[in-house]
Design a protein around this ligand. Structure first.
Ligand SMILES: [Zn+2]
Length: 175
C-alpha cells in the first residue's frame, strides 16, 4: 500500500487498510468528537441515565456511591449543588411537597421526643440568654395584652396602659 493524504489535515500517512481516509491523529480526534457528540445527544443521554440507574441499584454501585458520598469530593459536590439555583429549587419544591412536609413533621416529632432535644431545651432555659429571652417575651406578652382581655377583667379602656404597667411591675418584683 502506498501513502495517502489525510482528508482532514492533508498530511501524508501510511494507511493500515484501503478504506482509511485520515491520519492517525485526525482519526483519534474524530473518534473522540463522535463519542462526545453521542454523549451529548438525547439517545446518548438516555442510555447513560438507564445505565447509571441500573448500576446504582447494584450492590457494587451502592457501595461505590456510598463511598463517593462520604468522600471529600462527594461532599463538596453536594454542597455546591445545594447552593446552586437548580439545587435550591429542587429543595424548595421538595419542602413544599406533601411528602417533604410529612417527612419533616415526622422527623421533628421524633426529635422533640429525644433526650437530646429535651436536654438542649433545658440547658437553653437555664442559660442567661434563655432567661433573658423568656423575660423579654413575657414582657412583650403583657405589653401586647389585648384590650379585649382587659375589658373582660372589667378594666375601663383609659386604664389599660396603667394596668399593663402594673402587671409588668408585679412580674419584675416576682423575678
Ligand atoms: Zn490528518
Amino acid at each position: 500500500m502506498g501513502s495517502k493524504c489525510c482528508a482532514v489535515c492533508g498530511k501524508e500517512f501510511s494507511p493500515t487498510n484501503n478504506r482509511a481516509k485520515y491520519c492517525e491523529y485526525c482519526r483519534l480526534c474524530i473518534k473522540k468528537d463522535r463519542k462526545k457528540a453521542y454523549r451529548q445527544s438525547e439517545k446518548g443521554k438516555s442510555y447513560h441515565k438507564a445505565y447509571y440507574k441500573a448500576w446504582i441499584q447494584s450492590e457494587k454501585g451502592k457501595i461505590s456511591d456510598k463511598a463517593y458520598r462520604n468522600s471529600e469530593k462527594g461532599k463538596a459536590v453536594r454542597k455546591a449543588y445545594f447552593k446552586s439555583e437548580k439545587g435550591k429549587a429542587v429543595i424548595k419544591s421538595y419542602r413544599q411537597s406533601e411528602k417533604g412536609k410529612a417527612v419533616r413533621k415526622a422527623y421533628f416529632k421524633t426529635y422533640q421526643q429525644s433526650d437530646k432535644y429535651k436536654s438542649i431545651i433545658k440547658s437553653y432555659r437555664q442559660s442567661e440568654k434563655g432567661k433573658a429571652t423568656s423575660k423579654v417575651s413575657n414582657q412583650k406578652k403583657i405589653l401586647n395584652m389585648k384590650s379585649y382581655y382587659l375589658n373582660q377583667l372589667g378594666i375601663p379602656p383609659e386604664l389599660h396602659d396603667l394596668k399593663r404597667a402594673q402587671l409588668q411591675l408585679l412580674r419584675a418584683c416576682r423575678e
